[in-house]
Write a protein that binds this ligand. Structure first.
Ligand code: SF4
Ligand code: SF4
Length: 181
């Protein structure tokens, strides 16, 4: 029969020797490989006691930004939601009322803002699309959860801590990527 490819291999059908039949040599070879791994540097870490340092370009959980006075920067324009390929972002806009200038930077703000972390693929398009530097991907990943509801992150979960009321937490959340606050 004509072969369609050159990948076919002839099978060696000669009878096994005594050494081959007791498999001792093969077991020893396998054990040697296992033992050699004991002395190699471990690929795993003991999380959560140990934590890995992420790359500077790591894209983690989104953070909704505030300005230096603590006002929310998001103006609920919806560009992040439009840019999101996973359709993970939803929001509801509201008008800023008189006396709320210390809360919201723009005249329109996101009364509700949600990201479905089960859909998010951490592409960073939302960060790129935002004209207000109001959202960025942090250096933290989404913690595990037993229920799906726990992965719907609401505005309260996403908002960065207040820079004046909680400066330490604000600085920590800002990290290296959010330096545009
Ligand atoms: S990182 Fe990508 S997938 Fe996730 S919310 Fe932003 S745009 Fe959508
Ligand atoms: S996060 Fe940015 S892009 Fe998204 S709605 Fe707010 S201001 Fe617009």
């Amino acid at each position: 029969m004509t072969q369609l490819t050159q990948r076919a291999k002839q099978v060696d059908r000669k009878p096994m020797t005594l050494l081959e039949r007791i498999y001792l040599w093969n077991i020893l070879k396998g054990m040697m490989i296992t033992i050699s791994h004991l002395f190699k540097r471990k690929a795993t870490i003991k999380y959560p006691e140990e934590k890995r340092t992420f790359s500077k370009v790591f894209r983690g959980v989104q953070i909704l930004n505030r300005d230096e006075e603590g006002r929310e920067k998001c103006t609920a324009c919806g560009l992040c939601a439009v840019a999101c390929p996973a359709e993970a972002i939803t929001m509801e806009a509201a008008e800023r009322q008189a006396g709320e200038e210390h809360l919201y930077k723009e005249e329109k703000y996101a009364a509700k803002y949600e990201i479905n972390m089960l859909r998010c693929i951490f592409c960073g398009y939302c960060e790129e699309a935002c004209p207000k530097d109001a959202i960025y991907l942090s250096q933290t990943f989404a913690p595990s959860n037993y229920g799906r509801e726990g992965f719907i992150y609401k505005k309260e979960d996403l908002l960065i801590p207040h820079p004046i009321e909680n400066p330490e937490a604000y600085k920590k959340a800002l990290g290296e990527k959010g330096g545009n606050a």
